[in-house]
Design a protein around this ligand. Structure first.
Ligand SMILES: O=C(O)CCC(=O)C(=O)O
Ligand SMILES: [Fe+2]
Length: 339
């Protein structure tokens, strides 16, 4: 009798899916009739779920498995998704475009998100919206935020400031990034380093350090900018890697990790180097999406050139929780899904 190892045996920590043309066309034909989905999000996600139920069973199962099992890949690249026939200019400020009249892209984003969990909003991120527009913003070009373009956005996971002092608990379980428009030169890369691959690349002493509560995370750039007047707001000291060896969870703030001693600083440098070594690289194009497990790994973005001419790179993003129960202490009165 063969005993199955619980350790991930997938040949890769990247899942790749390409929809057949007829499936793309069938999804697109129904998504194009959607009203703006965030006006009645619970009805819209039910309707979009119905549409996405038409995916071939094997494809549906792979995406569901991606969301529900610890041993599945941390990142998924989905290609040949339907797109809007007419796309207005890329919004310049990170707010939604008022000129967008069909909602195929939003339907794709919410359809994929709904197979992983529930889209949620956070009051201090993108004004609490459920569909985020991720675009280069001139004033934020140099920042370690999703508005940036002229600097490499370091390996991080998307965390949220929380009054408990822990920023990695209420954070999204997944993010979905869907591409509406690529950057001018097509060189903007998104990277994903899976914690299982990171741990294999690191020595035991470094791993022991990363598993110790020696790191303080700075709150996200949006929180520091909009709530804290630019001052750092550090978390309690936390480990960067935690959980069983077979299924590690990793966390790193984009807006700065403050090591509490020199050993921790050296381990942090090694972690970023290991991420660069093991990362998967994806150049997102229109009609493609990335499913990102925000606990199994860290993601990053290359630098790219923004022109602020209405034709810049444009992604839409959701933050997804498997469920909202554990973060109900953050619920906003009268606004479901807003934390
Ligand atoms: O622009 C990208 O490819 C990724 C940006 C990012 O880290 C995010 O939106 O959370
Ligand atoms: Fe991110």
């Amino acid at each position: 009798m063969t005993i199955q190892s619980p350790v991930a045996t997938a040949e890769s920590t990247l899942m790749e899916i390409e929809l057949p043309d007829d499936v793309r066309a069938a999804l697109g034909a129904e998504l194009v009739t959607l009203p703006e989905p965030t006006r009645d999000i619970d009805w819209s996600t039910a309707r979009i779920h119905q549409i996405f139920a038409q995916l071939p069973t094997e494809t549906l199962q792979r995406i569901l498995d991606f969301g529900r099992h610890p041993d599945t890949p941390g990142v998924g690249h989905v290609r040949n998704l339907p797109t809007d026939d007419r796309l207005p200019g890329t919004p310049r400020d990170g707010d939604p475009s008022p000129e967008k009249v069909t909602f195929v892209a939003e339907g794709v984003l919410l359809g994929l998100s709904g197979l992983l969990g529930e889209p949620v909003g956070f009051t201090t991120e993108k004004k609490g919206r459920l569909v985020h527009d991720v675009v280069p913003v001139e004033g934020g070009a140099m920042t370690q935020t999703n508005q940036g373009s002229s600097v490499f956005l370091n390996f991080h996971n998307d965390i949220v400031h929380d009054a408990t002092g822990r920023y990695d608990i209420a954070s999204p379980d997944f993010l979905v990034l869907s591409c509406l428009r690529a950057d001018h030169e097509g060189t903007a890369g998104t990277y994903y380093a899976d914690a299982r691959d990171i741990c294999r690349a690191l020595d035991t002493r470094t791993l022991d350090t990363l598993r110790s509560p020696l790191f303080r995370m700075n709150a996200p750039g949006s929180y520091v900018r909009d709530v804290a007047g630019g001052a750092e707001v550090l978390s309690d000291p936390v480990p960067m890697i935690k959980g069983p060896v077979a299924f590690p969870e990793v966390s790193a703030a984009a807006n700065g990790v403050r090591p509490t001693n020199d050993v921790a600083r050296a381990a942090l440098d090694r972690l970023q180097a290991a991420c660069r070594e093991v990362a998967h690289e994806v150049f997102l194009r229109p009609g493609q999406a990335l499913l990102i497990n925000n606990r199994k790994g860290l993601h990053a973005r290359s630098r790219f050139t923004a022109r602020y001419d209405g034709r810049d790179r444009w992604l839409q993003r959701t933050y997804v929780r498997r469920n909202q129960w554990d973060i109900r202490y953050r619920a906003t009165s009268g606004k479901r899904r807003l934390h």
